[in-house]
Design a protein around this ligand. Structure first.
Ligand SMILES: C[S@@+](CC[C@H](N)C(=O)[O-])C[C@H]1O[C@@H](n2cnc3c(N)ncnc32)[C@H](O)[C@@H]1O
Length: 440
């Protein structure tokens, strides 16, 4: 496997790598140019939305907004509880699919008709304000598909700085399809992960070892203890002049390398039996399976498909995301008590999972179907996908509150419901039913 040596660590025959082939020292910024691109200052001066409270719990710490997210986000610029306080933003905006999405009950949920430069500017306006709302150690995840991910990556580089790009995550979104088109099946979508700065909240995620994978990776068993281990080098790339560059047991580190530990520490490790000596006298370090936290999660996620079998629990909102996907993101990039924001909250997946993980949240959506679905989710939880099929067969009308076995943890009471739209009663039905199941 070829490994590049970072320019700063290169000790080749030219001491100034910037001068090689006349390459300039600093890369030039790249930006996307299109008609209708507003100045950043103009976007930050968006008139804030006036909000009206439709319902509030005693604490009302979490907030669900019904309205266009741009003026609502702009109003947070003047809100000390939100500006620079958001630890994590996750957004799953429309993907520019030029489609109308309907829920399982066949009601229109939302339009995804913006395309091209109009779409890019729509997302950019929101990203510019979101950056201001993020805490200095905050993170943002933007969920997209192959339609616009490349364009929005460039916009995110502009808004957050390319140095703050962390990952381009590929997620397997569904089971393989039987395509009749002359292309490979399309089962992936993408999540762009950026942070506001270098110093950000990060709780590394691990996958558990499967027995097969563990046996393959940790192929040796220590006779005396029965512990499974693998052998790794005791040296690392780069020349050092300190202790780790000195000989150990009469051996220098290989050319261009240094010992991973000072000779004294290597002696102690050897005394504990943690060094393996090959028949020709080469030391290797033993790394034990029982000391591993698991397999660090990489940037291809295969295990979080959206509703894909009859047993999975859902709300029935179109493009609803897998709750476990959100749990991974929320756990990795925030801590209990932190504020999580999703301004395209749809059926409320982010809000529900954030709440279950002890985070505070703000959700925004401008679709009455989305807000109604979120309220039902808070009142009654999720429903097995199979149950939707059964109900559809028995009754053409989807009941507002299906009869469910609900885990108490999914019932959520602590939030305010606010609107910025001239309210004409579109949420009354959902509110009434929600109110019926909980004394407001
Ligand atoms: C892909 S869906 C989000 C689905 C969500 N992640 C879930 O798990 O249910 C996108 C959502 O963005 C909402 N939306 C689109 N434009 C909006 C806007 N300008 N303001 C607020 N919400 C908007 C739509 O109503 C839709 O619910």
């Amino acid at each position: 496997m070829a490994t590049g040596v970072p320019k700063t660590k290169w000790s080749g025959n030219n001491s100034d790598p910037a001068q090689v082939n006349g390459l300039p020292e600093q890369p030039l910024d790249v930006s996307l140019s299109y008609e209708g691109k507003q100045a950043r200052e103009e976007i930050l001066a968006t008139t804030p939305a006036a909000t009206r409270v439709l319902w509030q719990s005693d604490k009302g710490e979490n907030r669900l907004y019904y309205g266009d997210n741009l003026p609502i986000l702009a109003s947070f610029l003047n809100d000390d509880a939100v500006r620079e306080k958001v630890r994590l933003v996750y957004i799953d905006p429309p993907f520019a699919t030029k489609s109308v999405f309907q829920s399982r009950s066949q009601s229109d949920a939302y339009l995804d008709l913006l395309a091209g430069a109009h779409y890019i500017e729509f997302i950019r306006q929101r990203l510019i304000i979101l950056r201001e709302l993020l805490a200095p150690d905050g993170s943002i995840y933007v969920h997209l598909d192959e339609n616009m991910a490349f364009h929005i990556k460039i916009i995110m580089d502009e808004v957050f700085g390319s140095a703050n790009f962390r990952n381009w995550i590929t997620r397997k979104k569904c089971n393989p399809k039987n395509y009749t088109r002359k292309t490979y099946g399309n089962v992936a979508d993408y999540i762009l992960f950026y942070t506001k700065s270098d110093n950000y909240v990060w709780n590394r995620s691990y996958e558990e070892w499967t027995p097969e994978r563990a046996d393959k990776e940790y192929e040796y068993v220590e006779e005396e203890t029965g512990r499974r281990y693998k052998k790794v080098p005791v040296h690392a790339p780069g020349v050092r002049n300190g202790e780790t560059g000195k000989p150990w047991r009469g051996m220098n580190p290989p050319p261009g390398k240094h010992w991973q530990f000072p000779p004294k520490t290597l002696d102690e490790m050897d005394a504990r039996g943690e060094i393996y000596w090959s028949p020709n006298g080469n030391p290797r370090r033993k790394v034990y399976l029982d000391e591993s936290s698991g397999v660090p999660v990489q940037d291809i996620w295969l295990e979080f498909r959206d509703a894909h079998n009859q047993n999975i629990k859902i709300t029935g909102y179109p493009t609803e995301k897998n709750s476990e996907l959100l749990a991974r993101i929320i756990e990795a990039s925030s801590n209990p008590g932190d504020l999580v924001l999703d301004c395209f909250s749809g059926s409320g997946t982010t809000l529900d999972v954030a709440s279950q993980l002890g985070r505070r949240w703000i959700g925004i959506d401008n679709s009455p179907e989305a807000i109604g679905t979120t309220l039902r989710r808070f009142a009654t939880g999720l429903e097995r996908m199979g149950d939707f099929v059964t109900q559809r067969r028995n009754s053409p009308v989807q009941p507002m509150l299906p009869n469910l076995d609900v885990a108490p943890s999914t019932v959520m009471k602590d939030f305010s419901l606010l609107t910025t739209l001239p309210y004409s009663g579109d949420l009354d039905e959902a509110l009434k039913q929600w109110g019926n199941s909980h004394s407001l």
